[in-house]
Ligand binder design. Sequence first.
Ligand code: XIL
Length: 458
Amino acid sequence: MSLRSLLTTGLLAAGALAAPPGYGGSTVTVTVTEKASCSASTSHSTSHSTSHSTSHSTSHSTSKASTPKTYATSTPSSSHSSTSSTLTSSSATSVTTTTSSAANTNASTTILATATSTSYGLNDAAKKAGKLWFGTALDVPGTGEAQDPYYIAEFDNIHDFGEATPANIMKYEFTEPEAGVFNYTGAEEFFTAAAGKAVRCHNLIWSSELPAFITAPTVPWTNATLTAALRRHVTTLVEHFGDRCYSLDVVNEAFSDSPAGAYSANVWYNTIGPAYVVEAFQAASDAVRANNLAVKLYYNDYNIEYLGNKSYAAQALVKDLKNRGIQIDGVGLESHFIAGETPAKAAQQANMEAFTALDVDVVVTELDVRLTLPPTVASESQQVVDYYNTVAACVAVPRCVGIVVWDFDDTYSWIPGTFPGQGYGDLFLQPGGANTPLVRKAPYDGVLEALTGAAEAN
Ligand code: XIL
C-alpha cells in the first residue's frame, strides 16, 4: 500500500480518532514530505523522579543545507485553526491527503487496533523489509504495565513486536544489588514474558540505576578495585544470560553532550578514566569467546543519530575496540526525538552508514517522538513525519538490522516523568486509561508505511 493510499483510506486518521479529550485533531490534513526535518537546535536537561534514580539529558543540533519547503497541517474543524510551518527539507516524496470527521467515525472499526489483532503488523513488515524484527522496550515485571491485560495482549502480538528490551530490570541495581550478590529473579521473569521474541539485553555498565555499593562505597574505590567490580559484573551477566540475549548493551551513554563527544563524568570515568569502556568490552568479549557465545555486543547512546562530535566519538570507540581485537558487533542509536527536531531521513541514513562502514550493525534502540503537551494538529502531523523518517532511514541501510520503540503505549511511557510538559510520544494510547483497550495512533501507520514502502521497492 502506498503512502497515498494509506492516507486516503483514512488509516492515518487513527491519531485524530484516538486523541483523548483536549488532545487535538478531530480532522487532519497531512502533507508528508519524506525528507522534511526541522533545522532547529535545542537542548534539554532534566532529572526525573521515578523509583529509578537517574537523569537523562537530550540535545541535538542539526544544520542542513537544503531548500525550505512548506509542511502544512490544517483542519476545517471549528475546534482548530489552520496551521502551517516551514521546515528545511531536501524534498523527495510529497503526498497530500485529507480525512474528515465523518470518515473517522465511519472508519472506526478499521482504525481501532484491538489488543487481540492478528493482522499484518510492524514486525511482519520489518521482516519483509529485510530486518530481523520490530520490537519494543517494556518495564516488566513488577509494574502496572505488567498487570494490564490489554497492554500485555498487544505486547504479545507477534505481528507487531518480535523483539523485547527490558526497560529497567537488567540494570545494575537490579541484577547485582549488593557486591557479588546477583539477583536474576526479575530478569528471568522478563525472559519468560518475552518468550518467542528476540531480547536486546540492556544494559551492563551505565552511570544510572546503580546500587549503593557502587555509588556510596564504604571503602573508597580505587582504579583497581572498581575495575575488578566492573569486570565481575560484566563477566557474570554475559555468562548467565548467554545466548538468550540477541545482543547486550555492554556500555550505555558514555559520551557527553557538553562538550559533545567528551566522556561523561560518572563513577566509572571518575575512578578508572576512559579505560572503563575498554575494560567493560574486554570482559564481555572474553566471556563471549570463552563460552563460544553468539550474543552480539553493543555500545548504546543518544544524540549519536546524526553526524556530529558525539557520533564521531562513538565511531572512534568502535575503531579503537576493533584495533585492540575486542569484540563489538553493533551500535545502538537510541532515537529519543522531539517532533519537529528529529534529524532528516538523509541525515540519519548518512550517520547509520558511517557506523556500518566500520563493520558494525546498527539498531534504532529506543525510538520515541515526544511532543509538548497538549498535542496540536501540527505537532501530531510532524510526529508522523519524524517516525516515518527514522524508520525509513533504517530501512534504507542494510546493516540497520532492527527498530525498537521505547515502549509502545503512552500510558506507560517514561517521557512525562522525565521531560515535564512533554509526552504523547508512543504508537498507541488507551483513551480510557490503564486496563482499557489500546488504540493505534497516527504514527503507527507512518511507521508501517516506512516499512511497507521499502518492502515494495525491494
Ligand atoms: C529509562 C527507563 O525508561 C526509566 O523507567 C528509568 O527510570 C530510567 O531509564 N536511555 C536508556 C534507557 O538507555 O535505559 C533509559 O530508560 C532511557 C534513556
